[in-house]
Design a protein around this ligand. Structure first.
Ligand code: ATP
Ligand code: MG
Ligand code: MG
Length: 380
């Protein structure tokens, strides 16, 4: 029976274990933290990402390695390939770790992006602002997540404040200035590519963020049929160019019926969590299947689903379970502001029923504001 190693022991690893275990797969996890949440479900070793001596026993114990954390240093990923199969491979990771490389590749494959420019110095920032204009967003090229490491500039006069916030990171990781996209809405493609090149996508997911963190997802994304083919085609080309194996997410802005690439995540993704309860095969199980060379499962949705992210602290479970077709996911993490600690998925056969259930759940948990983007959508 194969042993699958996961670098990173967060909720993504935890859900891979939950979905891979029924296939007879066993897991080993490595993480720099003492007790990451997946450690409750699989043997976990503590090691820093660049400590190859500490990582060696992990590498020896596994057949294939994959990632819950995409920012593992390139040298570590490369070293791992000398011991085991690594999926996705180091090149895909390297591209997805750097917003400049990522957006450059998007443009190469014909996927438009917001205008962007690299910023390494204060003078670069002025030049980039002149070229791109305002409003704009200054971001760290590397290591940003949940909207961290970003500064929004309404106007060129915000340059000093932006530099005060992020200038220190410029020397270490580099920055990127992006034009602000006044998008109509955001969607993500969740896709999987097998070792043999087989490629599948789940239905498009529509996403809403609050304070830079994913708050709500709805799938299949209503009214997105006109852009779906081009979104899927871009995801497929991207996967083929990177010789990608496993699940990945491609985040897109939709503006005037066109898609713009925002970023990719070289792993299972928060906006695909609904697939655990709302699709024939979840992103977690298909990721495990893909990296182990097993046949991929059906990616169709069963009806429609909404995912609520629980940020900071878990709401009470009991009132939620009283609502029909609600699926609860408590990651077993301690509470902390801004931390993703769990989610709930609400499923239904049709959107009208889904809306009724979402309203009932939101009221039961006092989360009407969080649910409002969904409740505001037209029913047909
Ligand atoms: P994630 O947690 O998805 O990895 P992240 O920290 O890498 O997030 P982004 O995805 O770049 O950050 O940005 C987070 C959100 O901020 C986007 O989903 C979008 O809502 C908004 N945003 C980012 N870049 C732009 C832009 N250029 N124009 C308009 N909105 C943007
Ligand atoms: Mg990101
Ligand atoms: Mg993002």
């Amino acid at each position: 029976k194969p042993v699958l190693g996961i670098l990173g022991g967060g909720q993504l690893a935890r859900m891979m274990v939950l979905e891979g275990a029924p296939l007879g797969v066993t897991f080993r996890i490595v993480d720099p933290a003492d007790t990451p949440c997946a450690a409750q479900l699989a043997p976990t070793r503590r090691a820093d990402w660049n400590d190859l001596d500490a990582l060696a026993p992990f590498a020896e114990a596994i057949d294939v390695a994959t990632f819950d954390f995409e920012n593992v240093p390139a040298e570590t990923a490369q070293w791992l390939t000398e011991h085991v199969q690594v999926h996705p491979g180091p090149r895909a990771l390297a591209v997805a770790q750097d917003r400049m490389a990522e957006k450059t590749l998007f443009r190469d494959i014909g996927l438009d992006t917001a205008r962007f420019a690299a910023v390494d110095t204060r003078a670069d920032l002025d030049r980039a602002l002149h070229e791109i204009g305002a409003p704009a967003i200054l971001k760290t090229r590397r290591l940003g997540y949940d909207g961290k490491g970003q500064f929004r500039l309404r106007d060129a006069v915000d340059a000093d404040a932006a530099w005060a916030a992020l200038g220190e990171q410029a020397a270490q990781h580099g920055l990127i200035l992006e034009a602000f996209v006044p998008f109509d809405y955001e969607v993500s493609v969740i896709a999987v590519r097998g070792r043999d090149g087989e490629f599948r996508t789940w239905p498009l997911t529509r996403n809403w963020h609050a304070d830079g963190i994913l708050s709500l997802s709805l799938a299949p994304a209503p009214g997105a049929d006109a852009i779906a083919d081009s979104a899927f085609a871009h995801a497929r080309t991207l996967a083929e160019r990177l010789d990608y194996v496993g699940v990945f997410a491609l985040e897109l802005f939709v503006k005037d019926g066109r898609v713009l690439g925002n970023e990719m995540a070289p792993r299972v993704h928060n906006s695909g969590h609904w697939t655990y309860d709302g699709a024939v095969t979840s992103q977690f199980q298909n990721h495990v299947r893909a990296v182990l060379g097993l046949p991929l499962g059906d990616t169709s949705a069963r009806g429609c689903s909404v995912m609520f992210n629980w940020i900071g602290a878990m709401p009470p479970v009991a009132p939620a379970l009283a609502v029909g077709d609600v699926h609860w996911h408590d990651y077993g993490k301690s509470s902390r502001p801004g931390r993703k600690v769990g989610h709930a998925t609400v499923c239904a056969a049709d959107f009208a029923t889904l809306r009724t259930r979402v309203e009932a759940l939101a009221q039961a948990l006092d989360r009407v504001e969080q649910a409002s983007p969904l409740l505001d959508l037209p029913v047909s």
